[in-house]
Design a protein around this ligand. Structure first.
Ligand SMILES: [Zn+2]
Length: 512
């Protein structure tokens, strides 16, 4: 995700995410004080949080248990679920632009990680039928989005199973308490669902947490005058062969976190082709003028070249497709790293002083965020620090401003801003999750580069980007420490944990 800067890039405060009513700030403050009260070592840091959730593992393994209605995330306790790994979502939705009802049938393929007498999926729409392995199951919607499923017979630990959910409702009427910016947006003859840290519950049932990425196969049936866009390759756009309707099918070849999916229904110009051996689809709303669309496509068509620039230090691009999507409906951010097809806000992409940074940032997320996914939302550093630092690196490699100069000038601009440094990277809190990490994050990485040296740091970046999987900030610290003989504990304490600006010393990664 990224936020469009005003005339110049200003660090903290200007752009704030929505405030959630269920912020657990008090509890986190206690935890933070406790964490800072003990000598900080990487071994101690690894004890942060409570992962993986272990509560239900205390019973004998032969007894089926109830999966939890959250993935154990301290910031967003009801996001995701426990007890299984989702492997693929096969989503079929039908959208009626008249009454704005979305009717869906989704098959979730999963594997149990414990024996389950019941489990949860995240879905906020009304459900009419649930089957587990084709057998009807009991179900109940609890809270805003926790769909509890009780299969006729318990699922054994390690067993693969499918859940078929039939549902229908009007996503535009769903209101989550305390949420200012719901991911479902209705524009002028356009409907999109896109957002972070959540969006899938508005259109398909899922284990909606980045620690459980999965494949996505989406079919969207819409009246013929509309186009429906999502992630992955365009596998067909009239698969139902009906006179008045088209069914658009989008399929990913690699897994992605649920928040890195999107759905757009409206009127779009599409450009399809192949570049560097990868199929691409770029789509832009026809509400933009012809001249604007030409500029939007010119910007998105830079994607293959930018991917090559990123591959130079992050290693091979992790997805099989490339693309981009520009809806007309306003969003509260400038771009989101939808896997294979980032979503860009038109005004941001048309801003000539910003579009290059926006494109590089979102494309860097294909490695950092979509391929390597967050273990918990408080690991957001590993997404946004890398995506923002990647732009510094790209600019330096082009012969522009060196990343070190960016570190110095950014530091000088922020060092006397206590409110900026008060947000730590180890525990930014849910309300400031998408805040200083865009600035403190890349500074930290560039300073780490200086402390480790280019050779070790370059190897770290590439191996982290290529490793994939679900990783935490603690994993990153341990991985970095393994690549250098320098004791990184004081460095990480300063840059990731301390609520103050680091001193401008060589040990903190400044060249002096
Ligand atoms: Zn981002």
């Amino acid at each position: 995700m990224s936020f469009q800067p005003p005339a110049h890039w200003s660090p903290p405060g200007a752009y704030r995410p929505p405030r959630y009513a269920y912020v657990i700030a008090a509890a986190l403050a206690v935890l933070l004080v406790a964490a800072l009260a003990v000598p900080v070592t990487i071994a101690v840091l690894r004890s942060r949080g409570d992962w993986p959730p272990t509560g239900s593992r205390d019973v004998p393994p032969s007894t089926a248990t109830d999966g939890a209605n959250g993935a154990g995330d301290p910031y967003f306790p009801d996001y995701g679920s426990s007890g299984y790994d989702a492997t693929q979502y096969t989503v079929a939705v039908d959208f009626d632009p008249g009454d704005q009802t979305l009717t869906g049938r989704t098959v979730v393929a999963a594997r149990a990680t414990e024996s389950l007498s019941s489990f949860y999926l995240d879905l906020a729409l009304p459900v009419s039928r649930v089957r587990v392995d084709e057998v009807d199951a009991a179900f109940a919607l609890e809270g805003f989005q926790d769909l509890r499923v009780t299969p006729a017979t318990p699922i054994a630990d390690g067993q693969s199973f499918t859940v078929t959910v039939e549902y229908a409702g009007r996503p535009g009427t769903l209101r989550r308490a305390g949420m200012d910016e719901p991911p479902w947006r209705a524009g002028t003859d356009e409907w999109i669902v896109v957002g972070e840290p959540e969006s899938s519950a508005w259109w398909f049932p899922a284990n909606d947490h980045p620690s459980d990425p999965a494949l996505l196969d989406v079919s969207i049936r819409v009246p013929k005058e509309y186009q429906a866009i999502s992630v992955g390759r365009l596998a067909g756009k009239d698969t139902a062969e009906e006179a008045d309707f088209d069914t658009w099918r989008w399929v990913t070849s690699e897994s992605l976190p649920t928040y890195a999916s999107f759905l757009g229904i409206g009127h779009y110009e599409l450009r399809e082709g192949e570049a560097d051996g990868r199929p691409y689809v770029y789509a832009a709303s026809t509400r933009f003028s012809g001249d604007e669309r030409a500029k939007l496509f010119a910007a998105m068509e830079r994607t293959p070249a930018l991917v090559r620039e990123l591959e130079a230090f992050a290693g091979p691009y992790p997805y099989s497709e490339i693309g981009g999507f520009v809806p007309a409906t306003p969003l509260w951010f400038a771009g989101l790293e939808a896997a294979t097809r980032p979503v860009y806000v038109g005004d941001a992409l048309l801003n000539e002083g910003y579009s290059d940074e926006l494109l590089v940032h979102e494309l860097a997320h294909m490695w950092f965020g979509d391929h390597v996914t967050l273990l918990q939302w408080n690991d957001i550093f590993t997404n946004e620090a890398f995506a923002s630092w990647a732009y510094w690196e790209v600019v330096e490699r082009r012969g522009g401003t060196p990343a070190d100069a960016q570190l110095d000038s950014t530091y000088d601009r922020t060092r006397d801003e206590p409110d900026f440094w008060r947000v730590t990277m180890i525990d930014p809190g849910p309300a400031r999750l998408f805040d200083t990490v865009y600035t403190r994050g890349p500074m930290t990485l560039q300073a780490l580069n200086n402390v480790m040296g280019d050779r070790s740091f370059d190897a770290l970046v590439r191996s982290w980007a290529q490793g994939g999987g679900t990783r935490s900030l603690e994993d990153f610290m341990v991985t970095a420490q393994a690549r250098t003989s320098v004791d990184l504990t004081p460095f990480f304490r300063q840059w990731l944990f301390d609520p103050d600006a680091p001193e401008k010393t060589e040990a903190n990664g400044f060249d002096g």
